[in-house]
Ligand binder design. Structure first.
Ligand code: IPM
Ligand code: MG
Length: 356
């Protein structure tokens, strides 16, 4: 079977980590008899340099014509002074919005081989951490009205957090369905003691929960959730939350499991189409040095195999190869500990592809 993948390498370490994920997909293709066709398109800072726009129309239309999108990372200091709607990050938001990718799945799994890289006390993570953050991705404060205004105290600026019942309902439903496939525990994170939008969020989540009597639902304020993630991360199975809270909590979850360089993500809209990217950024200072950790991007490709193409055996093979690589003692610099073998980006990709 042939699968068409739009590939957005992006900026900083993006092109390097994407190359390794492609290497791994090609190995999966030859081993399992699939053909992956990569269509490279521009978005982010490199697109600004080449076309003047962070998200050219052509990029969007090619993404729409493909079965899925694989994305590295966008942004860098070179474009930091551009106004908000011209910045490379705007490409990411545009892709999410234009492709309707309202659900962002961010699994955080602590590999036993990496328990040394976890900054928490061993007893807090004993037996492993395995949680899934389901982040709403096309609503809330990221996409609400924003602007500047003149006030008596000088210039003011605002960003509006607005959620509709429909938006909350569809992300809640997806999160409940995910919980049904896992340990049937769902924590909805909000700030309902202060925010009206959170009170709506909570009402709708409670309503949806009536359709999922087997799932144990709890609600948690975001400040408490931030604390609980480092106090007792094992209490979580699936977390569902808004766009901004999910952005923050998923970085924290990344650190809990050792390094943000390990965390993949899938952005979905219901159905098989999805966009897959590491949750980390473009790390411009590491770009071009062959030191970046490609694991988050490789695991994102595994999520693509599983969620977009329904190839779970192949996805298992990729995840297994990553585990084998770590078990054999290989580490990129972000997760390097004493006695381990330091590898660069390319060597890591080669070894993981070889292990498939
Ligand atoms: C993420 C990133 C993005 C976000 C930025 C780069 C716009 O932090 O995917 O988590 O805030 O969504
Ligand atoms: Mg983020």
């Amino acid at each position: 079977m042939e699968y068409k993948i739009a590939v957005i390498s992006g900026d900083g370490i993006g092109p390097e980590i994407i190359e390794e994920a492609k290497k791994v997909l090609l190995k999966v293709g030859s081993k399992f008899g699939h053909s992956f066709v990569f269509n490279h398109v521009l978005a982010g800072g490199c697109a600004i340099d080449a076309t003047g726009e962070c998200l050219p129309e052509k990029t969007l239309s090619i993404c729409c014509d493909c079965d899925s999108v694989l994305l590295g990372a966008v942004g860098g200091p070179k474009w930091d002074d551009l106004p908000g709607d011209k910045r490379p990050e705007k490409a990411l938001l545009g892709l999410r919005q234009e492709l309707g990718l309202y659900a962002n799945l961010r699994p955080a799994l602590l590999f036993p081989e990496l328990s040394d890289a976890c900054p928490l006390k061993p007893e807090l993570v004993e037996g492993g951490v395995d949680l899934l953050v389901v982040r709403e991705l096309t609503g809330g404060i990221y996409f609400g009205e924003k602007g500047q205004c003149e006030t008596e105290c000088g210039t003011g600026a605002y960003d509006v957090e607005l959620y509709t019942e429909k938006e909350v309902e569809r992300i809640a439903r997806l999160a409940f369905n995910m919980a049904m496939k896992r340990n049937k525990k769902l924590t909805s994170v909000d700030k309902a003691n202060v925010l009206e939008s959170s009170r709506l969020w909570r009402r709708v989540v409670n309503r949806v929960s009536e359709d999922f009597p087997e799932v144990e639902l709890s609600h948690m304020y975001v400040d408490n959730a931030a604390m609980q993630l480092v106090r007792d991360p094992k209490q979580f199975d699936v977390i569902v939350t808004s766009n901004m809270f999910g952005d923050i909590l998923s970085d924290e979850a990344g650190m809990v499991v050792g390094s943000i360089g390990l965390l993949p993500s899938a952005s979905m809209r219901g159905g098989s189409f999805g966009m897959y990217e590491p949750i980390h950024g473009s790390a411009p200072d590491l770009g071009g040095k062959d030191v970046a950790n490609p694991i988050a991007t490789i695991l994102s490709a595994a999520m693509m195999l599983r969620y977009s193409f329904g190839l779970s055996e192949e996805a298992d093979a990729v995840e297994g190869a990553v585990k084998e690589f770590l078990k054999a003692g290989y580490r990129t610099q972000d997760i390097m500990t004493e006695g381990m073998k330091l590898t660069g980006t390319r060597e890591a990709g080669d070894r993981i592809a070889d292990a498939i």
